[in-house]
Design a protein around this ligand. Structure first.
Ligand SMILES: Nc1nc2c(ncn2[C@@H]2O[C@H](COP(=O)(O)OP(=O)(O)OP(=O)(O)O)[C@@H](O)[C@H]2O)c(=O)[nH]1
Ligand SMILES: [Mg+2]
Length: 414
């Protein structure tokens, strides 16, 4: 199947939005424009209508629908994106009326995810989300316009899969969940091992495009892809980072958030999001150059709360301050202004991370070469030694030590 993806002729898109007072539709439409741009489209127009509640058949009211029809005709619109979750009835009705493909916000986001997933796990997660979406909209597969071949909202498992019957999809969903569960278990084991070894983790979280990957790159030289697109990162990457107090943390970069994150995506990406939420400290990044930064930060905190990470130590970071021209450090505690791109403010950020990172002790087992006798003495002086065994290539010691000393033993952990 041919796809019209990020090619010279971008798809021309019209946004429809029913304003029921539930959220800020203007802001949401701006976000949708960014999503459309990322998916390779160009937004030609936005029609927002104030309504008590969305029309069950046509989503927006009849007057605005006429306007939309004219707009689609005159401006040669290829695709209409509705800023809501559409029912199958609504989607079909609109496609007929507007004579163009119609998709909703969730499908648009799914499409971007499908184009961006790189690792096996990422792909499985996207497929699961897409099939869950297909299941909840199954009766609507008669869409005439989505068969015309390609375009935004058609990537992923493909029509043939979507056209197969419910039972088949359910079976596939089940198999995907099992495989993801296996991967999730493995990830949990890895996490447990890290905890046992006393390895501290810090996760960079926040809205998509806030600069999370750029920050990881600046701090660790990781060379992760960072670009001006939404959801550039789907798979978590981690790198070691040294803090000013000498402690070492595993820094994790992960998938970004977006407002009204579709539930089926949260579910599908649960293990990835959990990885971030499970960290010892959270670095919450916001794009200071975005007028809606406060809303973004507040919504990100809500999502973190849903993931059970409400009480984690957290540093709030206003990024991209090179664009706003202000590095005056905010008065709030554990809040810093930085530019991940230029590196300004990074030392202050590292200090904050060290400050909020819990101390405490860690149980370790180390094989210390005989030349490291100073380290062995350190364990006796500052820690609690459980066992000491002389072996061929060194002394094996199991002990409990203050986490601030852990970094000195990292090379010898068993
Ligand atoms: N001017 C400026 N641009 C920045 C800064 N940090 C990141 N950017 C830009 O913002 C865009 C997004 O950066 P990423 O690091 O990919 O953002 P992300 O949060 O990882 O985004 P996703 O992975 O898509 O969720 C890129 O074009 C970066 O170059 C900064 O401090 N200043
Ligand atoms: Mg990223």
């Amino acid at each position: 199947m041919e796809t019209k993806e990020l090619k010279n002729e971008a798809e021309r898109v019209l946004i429809l939005s029913a304003d029921t007072g539930e959220y800020d539709n203007e802001w949401s439409a701006d976000e949708l424009k960014e999503l459309i741009r990322t998916a390779g489209g160009v937004t030609e127009g936005v029609i927002i209508q104030k309504l008590e509640r969305p029309n069950p058949l046509s989503y927006i009211g009849s007057g605005k629908l006429e306007e939309a029809e004219l707009f689609c005709h005159n401006r040669e619109i290829d695709l209409v994106v509705c800023d809501a979750e559409l029912s199958t009835t609504q989607q079909r009705f609109l496609e007929k009326k507007l004579e163009t493909r119609v998709i909703d916000r969730t499908l648009l986001i799914l499409d971007i995810f499908a184009a961006g997933a790189k690792t096996a796990e990422g792909k499985l997660q996207v497929e699961l989300a897409q099939l869950s979406y297909a299941l909840s909209n199954l009766s609507g597969h008669g869409s005439e316009y989505s068969r015309l071949g390609g375009g935004i909202g058609t990537r992923g498992p493909g029509e043939s899969k979507l056209e197969s019957d419910r039972r088949h999809i359910r079976r596939r969903v089940y198999a995907l969940k099992e495989r993801l569960k296996g991967l999730e278990n493995r990830r949990a084991l890895r996490r447990d091992r890290r905890k046992r070894d006393g390895v501290l983790t810090a996760a960079i979280v926040g809205y998509t495009n806030a600069g999370k990957s750029t920050l990881l790159n600046t701090l660790t030289g990781a060379g992760v892809l960072a670009e001006n697109k939404l959801f550039a990162t789907l798979d978590p990457t981690s790198r070691a980072l040294k803090l000013p107090d000498g402690r070492e943390v595993m820094l994790i970069d992960t998938v970004g958030f977006i407002s009204r994150l579709p539930h089926l995506l949260v579910e599908a990406f649960h293990s990835t999001l959990e990885e971030a939420a499970d960290a010892d400290v959270l670095i919450l990044l916001g794009d200071a150059a975005d007028p809606a930064v406060e809303t973004q930060l507040a919504e990100a905190k809500e999502i973190l709360k849903d993931l059970g990470a409400a009480n984690k130590p957290l540093v709030t970071v206003y990024n991209k301050c090179d664009l706003t021209g202000g590095y005056l450090q905010p008065a709030e505690r554990h809040t810093v202004r930085i530019s991940a791109l230029t590196g300004v403010g990074i030392p202050a950020l590292l200090q904050e991370v060290a400050d909020v990172l819990p101390g405490g002790t860690a149980k370790i087992g180390v094989l210390l070469p005989y030349r490291e006798s100073a380290l062995a003495s350190l364990l006796h002086e500052k820690g609690r030694v459980f066992e000491e065994r002389y072996e061929e290539d060194g002394v094996f010691v199991s002990a409990e030590i203050d986490r601030t000393l852990l970094y000195r033993f990292l090379p010898y952990l068993k």
